[in-house]
Design a protein around this ligand. Structure first.
Ligand SMILES: NC(=O)c1ccc[n+]([C@@H]2O[C@H](COP(=O)([O-])OP(=O)(O)OC[C@H]3O[C@@H](n4cnc5c(N)ncnc54)[C@H](OP(=O)(O)O)[C@@H]3O)[C@@H](O)[C@H]2O)c1
Length: 249
Protein backbone atom coordinates (compact mmCIF):
# COMPACT_ATOMS: atom_id res chain seq x y z
CA UNK A 1 0.00 0.00 0.00
CA UNK A 2 1.05 3.61 -0.54
CA UNK A 3 0.70 5.49 2.79
CA UNK A 4 -0.01 9.21 2.72
CA UNK A 5 3.26 11.22 2.72
CA UNK A 6 2.74 12.12 6.40
CA UNK A 7 2.15 8.49 7.37
CA UNK A 8 -1.44 9.29 8.33
CA UNK A 9 -4.24 6.98 7.13
CA UNK A 10 -5.53 7.60 3.62
CA UNK A 11 -8.95 9.24 3.41
CA UNK A 12 -11.39 7.34 1.19
CA UNK A 13 -14.27 9.22 -0.44
CA UNK A 14 -17.15 6.88 -1.26
CA UNK A 15 -19.55 7.47 -4.15
CA UNK A 16 -22.70 5.35 -4.32
CA UNK A 17 -22.38 5.12 -0.55
CA UNK A 18 -25.91 3.96 0.29
CA UNK A 19 -26.13 1.20 -2.33
CA UNK A 20 -25.57 -2.52 -1.78
CA UNK A 21 -21.87 -2.25 -2.55
CA UNK A 22 -21.48 1.12 -0.84
CA UNK A 23 -22.74 -0.41 2.40
CA UNK A 24 -20.29 -3.30 2.04
CA UNK A 25 -17.40 -0.92 1.50
CA UNK A 26 -18.30 0.99 4.65
CA UNK A 27 -18.49 -2.18 6.74
CA UNK A 28 -15.26 -3.57 5.22
CA UNK A 29 -13.25 -0.41 5.85
CA UNK A 30 -12.31 -1.03 9.52
CA UNK A 31 -10.41 -4.14 8.37
CA UNK A 32 -8.05 -1.85 6.39
CA UNK A 33 -6.04 0.00 9.06
CA UNK A 34 -4.33 2.32 6.56
CA UNK A 35 -7.67 3.75 5.41
CA UNK A 36 -10.29 5.97 7.00
CA UNK A 37 -13.71 6.86 5.66
CA UNK A 38 -14.21 10.39 4.37
CA UNK A 39 -17.19 11.90 2.52
CA UNK A 40 -19.93 9.40 1.63
CA UNK A 41 -21.98 10.64 -1.31
CA UNK A 42 -25.08 9.30 -2.98
CA UNK A 43 -27.92 10.84 -4.97
CA UNK A 44 -29.42 12.60 -1.95
CA UNK A 45 -26.18 14.05 -0.56
CA UNK A 46 -26.20 17.84 -0.05
CA UNK A 47 -24.89 19.68 -3.13
CA UNK A 48 -22.21 21.28 -0.96
CA UNK A 49 -20.62 17.88 -0.13
CA UNK A 50 -17.71 17.02 -2.41
CA UNK A 51 -14.46 15.04 -2.41
CA UNK A 52 -12.23 17.88 -1.25
CA UNK A 53 -9.57 16.60 1.17
CA UNK A 54 -9.79 12.94 0.20
CA UNK A 55 -6.81 10.84 -0.96
CA UNK A 56 -8.74 8.38 -3.14
CA UNK A 57 -12.31 7.96 -4.38
CA UNK A 58 -14.07 4.58 -4.45
CA UNK A 59 -17.08 4.50 -6.77
CA UNK A 60 -19.84 1.87 -6.62
CA UNK A 61 -22.63 3.99 -8.11
CA UNK A 62 -24.41 3.37 -11.41
CA UNK A 63 -23.47 4.18 -15.04
CA UNK A 64 -25.85 7.16 -15.18
CA UNK A 65 -24.09 8.68 -12.17
CA UNK A 66 -20.79 9.14 -14.03
CA UNK A 67 -21.29 12.88 -14.65
CA UNK A 68 -22.30 13.53 -11.00
CA UNK A 69 -19.23 11.54 -9.88
CA UNK A 70 -16.88 13.90 -11.70
CA UNK A 71 -18.86 16.95 -10.53
CA UNK A 72 -18.29 15.84 -6.93
CA UNK A 73 -14.57 15.39 -7.70
CA UNK A 74 -14.57 19.04 -8.74
CA UNK A 75 -11.78 18.76 -11.32
CA UNK A 76 -9.29 17.45 -8.76
CA UNK A 77 -6.85 14.79 -10.12
CA UNK A 78 -7.90 12.29 -7.45
CA UNK A 79 -7.02 8.58 -7.70
CA UNK A 80 -10.22 6.78 -8.66
CA UNK A 81 -11.23 3.16 -8.06
CA UNK A 82 -14.47 2.27 -9.84
CA UNK A 83 -16.43 -0.96 -9.91
CA UNK A 84 -19.38 0.35 -11.92
CA UNK A 85 -20.41 -1.90 -14.80
CA UNK A 86 -22.54 -1.17 -17.87
CA UNK A 87 -21.06 2.26 -18.72
CA UNK A 88 -21.61 3.40 -22.32
CA UNK A 89 -18.85 4.79 -24.54
CA UNK A 90 -19.42 8.40 -23.41
CA UNK A 91 -19.19 7.47 -19.75
CA UNK A 92 -16.07 5.38 -20.39
CA UNK A 93 -14.55 8.38 -22.17
CA UNK A 94 -15.02 10.41 -18.96
CA UNK A 95 -12.88 7.83 -17.14
CA UNK A 96 -10.29 7.92 -19.93
CA UNK A 97 -10.10 11.72 -19.64
CA UNK A 98 -9.58 11.43 -15.89
CA UNK A 99 -6.88 8.80 -16.45
CA UNK A 100 -4.92 11.39 -18.43
CA UNK A 101 -4.35 13.35 -15.21
CA UNK A 102 -4.81 10.81 -12.37
CA UNK A 103 -4.44 7.09 -11.63
CA UNK A 104 -7.65 5.16 -12.40
CA UNK A 105 -8.46 1.54 -11.67
CA UNK A 106 -11.71 0.18 -13.06
CA UNK A 107 -12.49 -3.51 -12.66
CA UNK A 108 -15.67 -5.36 -13.52
CA UNK A 109 -15.02 -7.66 -10.57
CA UNK A 110 -12.81 -7.06 -7.52
CA UNK A 111 -12.74 -10.65 -6.28
CA UNK A 112 -9.54 -12.67 -6.19
CA UNK A 113 -11.44 -15.73 -7.43
CA UNK A 114 -12.56 -14.02 -10.63
CA UNK A 115 -9.01 -12.74 -11.22
CA UNK A 116 -7.91 -16.38 -11.05
CA UNK A 117 -10.82 -17.57 -13.23
CA UNK A 118 -9.98 -15.03 -15.93
CA UNK A 119 -6.43 -16.35 -16.18
CA UNK A 120 -7.61 -19.98 -16.24
CA UNK A 121 -10.10 -19.12 -19.01
CA UNK A 122 -7.42 -17.54 -21.20
CA UNK A 123 -5.21 -20.62 -20.81
CA UNK A 124 -8.07 -23.05 -21.46
CA UNK A 125 -9.23 -21.06 -24.51
CA UNK A 126 -5.73 -21.22 -25.95
CA UNK A 127 -5.39 -24.94 -25.20
CA UNK A 128 -8.69 -26.25 -26.62
CA UNK A 129 -10.58 -24.78 -29.53
CA UNK A 130 -14.02 -25.92 -28.37
CA UNK A 131 -17.08 -23.66 -28.58
CA UNK A 132 -16.82 -21.09 -25.78
CA UNK A 133 -19.90 -19.62 -24.12
CA UNK A 134 -20.22 -17.48 -21.00
CA UNK A 135 -23.22 -17.64 -18.67
CA UNK A 136 -23.97 -15.39 -15.70
CA UNK A 137 -26.62 -15.30 -12.99
CA UNK A 138 -27.35 -12.31 -10.71
CA UNK A 139 -29.99 -11.02 -8.29
CA UNK A 140 -33.26 -9.62 -9.59
CA UNK A 141 -32.29 -5.94 -9.11
CA UNK A 142 -29.15 -5.92 -11.26
CA UNK A 143 -29.81 -3.43 -14.07
CA UNK A 144 -27.11 -4.14 -16.67
CA UNK A 145 -26.93 -7.40 -18.63
CA UNK A 146 -24.79 -9.22 -19.45
CA UNK A 147 -22.63 -8.43 -16.44
CA UNK A 148 -19.33 -6.62 -16.79
CA UNK A 149 -17.63 -9.73 -15.43
CA UNK A 150 -19.22 -11.93 -18.11
CA UNK A 151 -17.86 -9.56 -20.76
CA UNK A 152 -14.43 -9.63 -19.09
CA UNK A 153 -14.49 -13.45 -19.21
CA UNK A 154 -15.54 -13.44 -22.87
CA UNK A 155 -12.64 -11.07 -23.54
CA UNK A 156 -10.36 -13.55 -21.73
CA UNK A 157 -11.45 -16.22 -24.22
CA UNK A 158 -10.72 -13.83 -27.12
CA UNK A 159 -7.29 -13.08 -25.61
CA UNK A 160 -6.44 -16.78 -25.47
CA UNK A 161 -7.38 -17.25 -29.11
CA UNK A 162 -6.16 -13.94 -30.59
CA UNK A 163 -9.72 -13.16 -31.65
CA UNK A 164 -10.74 -9.55 -32.28
CA UNK A 165 -12.45 -7.94 -29.29
CA UNK A 166 -15.31 -7.02 -29.02
CA UNK A 167 -16.08 -8.17 -32.59
CA UNK A 168 -15.92 -11.84 -31.55
CA UNK A 169 -18.53 -11.40 -28.80
CA UNK A 170 -22.19 -12.20 -29.24
CA UNK A 171 -23.56 -10.41 -26.22
CA UNK A 172 -26.31 -10.93 -25.50
CA UNK A 173 -26.61 -14.24 -27.30
CA UNK A 174 -29.82 -14.22 -29.33
CA UNK A 175 -31.49 -16.70 -31.65
CA UNK A 176 -29.70 -18.34 -34.54
CA UNK A 177 -27.04 -20.98 -35.03
CA UNK A 178 -23.59 -20.49 -33.59
CA UNK A 179 -21.08 -18.89 -35.92
CA UNK A 180 -17.49 -20.19 -35.95
CA UNK A 181 -15.29 -18.34 -33.48
CA UNK A 182 -18.05 -16.40 -31.77
CA UNK A 183 -18.19 -16.14 -27.98
CA UNK A 184 -21.79 -16.12 -26.79
CA UNK A 185 -22.76 -14.42 -23.53
CA UNK A 186 -26.04 -15.17 -21.74
CA UNK A 187 -27.60 -13.77 -18.57
CA UNK A 188 -30.29 -14.77 -16.08
CA UNK A 189 -31.79 -12.63 -13.27
CA UNK A 190 -33.50 -13.74 -10.09
CA UNK A 191 -33.63 -13.88 -6.32
CA UNK A 192 -30.71 -12.71 -4.23
CA UNK A 193 -27.85 -14.28 -6.20
CA UNK A 194 -24.68 -12.26 -5.50
CA UNK A 195 -23.02 -13.36 -8.74
CA UNK A 196 -22.24 -16.58 -10.60
CA UNK A 197 -20.21 -16.93 -13.80
CA UNK A 198 -19.50 -20.05 -15.83
CA UNK A 199 -17.40 -20.33 -18.96
CA UNK A 200 -18.39 -23.40 -20.97
CA UNK A 201 -15.99 -25.05 -23.40
CA UNK A 202 -18.21 -27.41 -25.40
CA UNK A 203 -16.64 -30.13 -27.54
CA UNK A 204 -17.98 -33.23 -29.25
CA UNK A 205 -19.30 -35.64 -26.59
CA UNK A 206 -17.78 -33.71 -23.68
CA UNK A 207 -17.47 -30.24 -22.16
CA UNK A 208 -15.51 -28.36 -19.52
CA UNK A 209 -17.15 -25.77 -17.23
CA UNK A 210 -15.15 -23.24 -15.23
CA UNK A 211 -17.31 -21.57 -12.56
CA UNK A 212 -16.98 -18.84 -9.96
CA UNK A 213 -19.67 -18.24 -7.34
CA UNK A 214 -19.62 -15.18 -5.12
CA UNK A 215 -21.64 -15.72 -1.94
CA UNK A 216 -20.84 -12.45 -0.15
CA UNK A 217 -20.44 -8.94 -1.64
CA UNK A 218 -17.77 -8.15 0.94
CA UNK A 219 -15.18 -9.87 -1.28
CA UNK A 220 -15.68 -7.09 -3.85
CA UNK A 221 -15.51 -4.42 -1.16
CA UNK A 222 -12.22 -5.72 0.28
CA UNK A 223 -10.75 -6.00 -3.22
CA UNK A 224 -11.72 -2.42 -4.05
CA UNK A 225 -10.27 -1.09 -0.78
CA UNK A 226 -7.05 -2.99 -1.36
CA UNK A 227 -6.94 -1.40 -4.82
CA UNK A 228 -7.62 2.05 -3.34
CA UNK A 229 -4.67 1.81 -0.96
CA UNK A 230 -2.43 0.59 -3.79
CA UNK A 231 -3.51 3.30 -6.24
CA UNK A 232 -2.53 6.35 -4.17
CA UNK A 233 0.75 7.77 -5.43
CA UNK A 234 0.67 5.87 -8.75
CA UNK A 235 1.19 7.57 -12.10
CA UNK A 236 -1.78 8.84 -14.11
CA UNK A 237 -3.30 6.24 -16.43
CA UNK A 238 -5.36 3.09 -16.25
CA UNK A 239 -4.15 0.49 -13.75
CA UNK A 240 -5.26 -3.12 -13.38
CA UNK A 241 -6.42 -5.30 -10.52
CA UNK A 242 -3.84 -7.87 -11.62
CA UNK A 243 -1.13 -5.35 -10.77
CA UNK A 244 -2.65 -4.83 -7.31
CA UNK A 245 -2.77 -8.59 -6.74
CA UNK A 246 0.75 -9.02 -8.10
CA UNK A 247 -0.34 -11.41 -10.85
CA UNK A 248 0.24 -9.24 -13.93
CA UNK A 249 3.34 -10.98 -15.22
N1 LIG B 1 -16.66 -4.49 -9.73
C1 LIG B 1 -17.24 -5.28 -8.80
O1 LIG B 1 -16.58 -6.12 -8.17
C2 LIG B 1 -18.72 -5.15 -8.57
C3 LIG B 1 -19.39 -5.97 -7.64
C4 LIG B 1 -20.74 -5.75 -7.41
C5 LIG B 1 -21.42 -4.76 -8.10
N2 LIG B 1 -20.73 -4.00 -9.02
C6 LIG B 1 -21.36 -2.89 -9.74
O2 LIG B 1 -21.37 -1.78 -8.84
C7 LIG B 1 -22.46 -0.92 -9.18
C8 LIG B 1 -23.33 -0.68 -7.93
O3 LIG B 1 -23.95 -1.90 -7.58
P1 LIG B 1 -24.98 -1.95 -6.35
O4 LIG B 1 -25.55 -3.32 -6.33
O5 LIG B 1 -24.32 -1.44 -5.11
O6 LIG B 1 -26.08 -0.89 -6.85
P2 LIG B 1 -27.15 -0.09 -5.99
O7 LIG B 1 -27.50 -0.83 -4.73
O8 LIG B 1 -28.26 0.28 -6.92
O9 LIG B 1 -26.37 1.25 -5.52
C9 LIG B 1 -26.11 2.30 -6.43
C10 LIG B 1 -25.65 3.53 -5.66
O10 LIG B 1 -25.40 4.57 -6.63
C11 LIG B 1 -26.07 5.75 -6.20
N3 LIG B 1 -26.48 6.58 -7.34
C12 LIG B 1 -27.28 6.22 -8.36
N4 LIG B 1 -27.45 7.27 -9.19
C13 LIG B 1 -26.78 8.30 -8.63
C14 LIG B 1 -26.57 9.65 -9.00
N5 LIG B 1 -27.12 10.16 -10.13
N6 LIG B 1 -25.79 10.42 -8.21
C15 LIG B 1 -25.24 9.92 -7.09
N7 LIG B 1 -25.38 8.64 -6.69
C16 LIG B 1 -26.15 7.85 -7.45
C17 LIG B 1 -27.27 5.25 -5.44
O11 LIG B 1 -27.74 6.29 -4.60
P3 LIG B 1 -29.30 6.34 -4.19
O12 LIG B 1 -29.50 5.12 -3.33
O13 LIG B 1 -29.41 7.62 -3.43
O14 LIG B 1 -30.09 6.28 -5.47
C18 LIG B 1 -26.66 4.09 -4.67
O15 LIG B 1 -25.96 4.57 -3.53
C19 LIG B 1 -23.19 -1.60 -10.33
O16 LIG B 1 -22.71 -1.07 -11.54
C20 LIG B 1 -22.79 -3.07 -10.19
O17 LIG B 1 -22.85 -3.77 -11.41
C21 LIG B 1 -19.42 -4.18 -9.25
Amino acid sequence: MSPAPSGRPLVVGLFGASGRMGERVRSALPAHPGLVLGPCIDRDAPASLDFGGVDVVVDFSLPEATAPLFERMGGRPLPLVSGVTGRDADARARLDAHAAVAPVLWASNFSLGVALLRRLVTRAAAAINWDAEVFELHHRRKADAPSGTALTLAEAVADGRDLPWPASARAPRGAGARQPGEIGVSALRGGDVVGEHTVFFCGEGERVELTHRATDRSVFAHGALRAAAWLVGRAPGHHTLDAVLGVDT
